[in-house]
Design a protein around this ligand. Structure first.
Ligand SMILES: C[S@@+](CC[C@H](N)C(=O)[O-])C[C@H]1O[C@@H](n2cnc3c(N)ncnc32)[C@H](O)[C@@H]1O
Length: 276
């Protein structure tokens, strides 16, 4: 295991217990992000069929629930044992086979009709090794679905803006700070996520015999909430509801336009393994 992989594992062994709450549940902004991601996953699932799926980096099983409803056999693999323990507590996931392993070191003779990776691709340094391995594990005509953070987006650079604002107006950050658990705050510098350009992922798909089908923006809103996680603190809690309803309308227009990924935090790309 590389140093980066060890650091990611260490981080999620600690953060795993509260991850779901802090990422998808803790306030209306997180719930908005959850809803956008859920809609994207449901849309993708409505267009693909098959009986088996491998999920890479399920975390606490947030999206595994949707895979269970769609596939007969669900295998979920995560580097963090804490995350897997969280997922196992969900009664809806009782039939899922869980493996605690680093995807880079994972060995199996099985192949799958689909591979899903939701918000874990950004943790992989070697993107090509990931795609190559995923392609090897797919059956002919199997689907590769990657939902990840977007490198060319107006989300990029927000941490720098935050740091400047924090120095000038420290009170602006009070909502965010009180919501981030102490342990996570200390460990946050252990690793850096690597965002991807849709064009880069498309090329990797092609190189490794995955025929590109489509990609769409996911979470199309600007990062401007005081209670958002590391966002530019402009919108106070009192204006959240009104602002989110505007973004909901914006999101529903943008989410079907592949080249509008600049306006989104992430994107989902779907491809199909060729027969050769
Ligand atoms: C940000 S969480 C996403 C969890 C879940 N998919 C979600 O969207 O809520 C990333 C997950 O990927 C896992 N992960 C990161 N690197 C990994 C690796 N090399 N092999 C397997 N899992 C990995 C982490 O342990 C973590 O559970």
């Amino acid at each position: 295991m590389s140093k980066l992989e060890k650091n990611i594992k260490e981080f999620y062994e600690t953060d795993g217990k509260t991850y779901k709450y802090h990422r998808w549940e803790r306030n209306p902004i997180m719930k908005f992000d959850y809803q956008c991601t859920k809609e994207a996953i449901e849309q993708v699932l409505s267009n693909i069929s098959g009986s088996s799926v491998l999920e890479i980096g399920p975390g606490p099983g947030t999206w595994t629930e949707f895979l269970v409803a769609h596939f007969e056999v669900v295998h979920a693999l995560d580097i963090s044992s804490t995350m897997i323990e969280q997922a196992k507590q969900n009664p809806k996931l009782s039939e899922v086979e869980f493996t605690n392993a680093n995807f880079a070191d994972f060995e199996t003779t099985k192949t799958y009709d689909a591979i899903f990776s939701v918000r874990s691709f950004e943790y992989f340094d070697d993107k090509e090794a990931f795609i190559q391995k995923a392609s090897q594990l797919l059956n002919p005509n199997g689907h590769l679905v990657i939902l990840t953070k977007n490198a060319r987006s107006y989300w990029f650079g927000r941490t720098k803006v935050r740091t400047v604002l924090q120095k000038i107006f420290p009170f602006l950050l009070k909502y965010d700070e009180e919501n981030v658990p102490e342990k996570s705050r200390k460990k946050i510098n252990l690793f850096k996520q690597k965002r991807t350009y849709p064009s880069q992922l498309r090329q990797l798909y092609k190189k490794h015999h995955i025929q590109y089908n489509y990609h769409y923006p996911v979470i199309a809103r600007p990062p401007i909430f005081m209670r958002g996680k590391t966002e530019i603190p402009l919108i106070p809690p009192s204006l959240e509801k009104a602002t989110l309803s505007i973004f909901r309308a914006f999101n529903s227009i943008i989410k079907r336009i592949p080249y509008a990924t600049f306006f989104a935090e992430g994107f989902v790309m779907v491809g199909k393994k060729g027969n050769d």
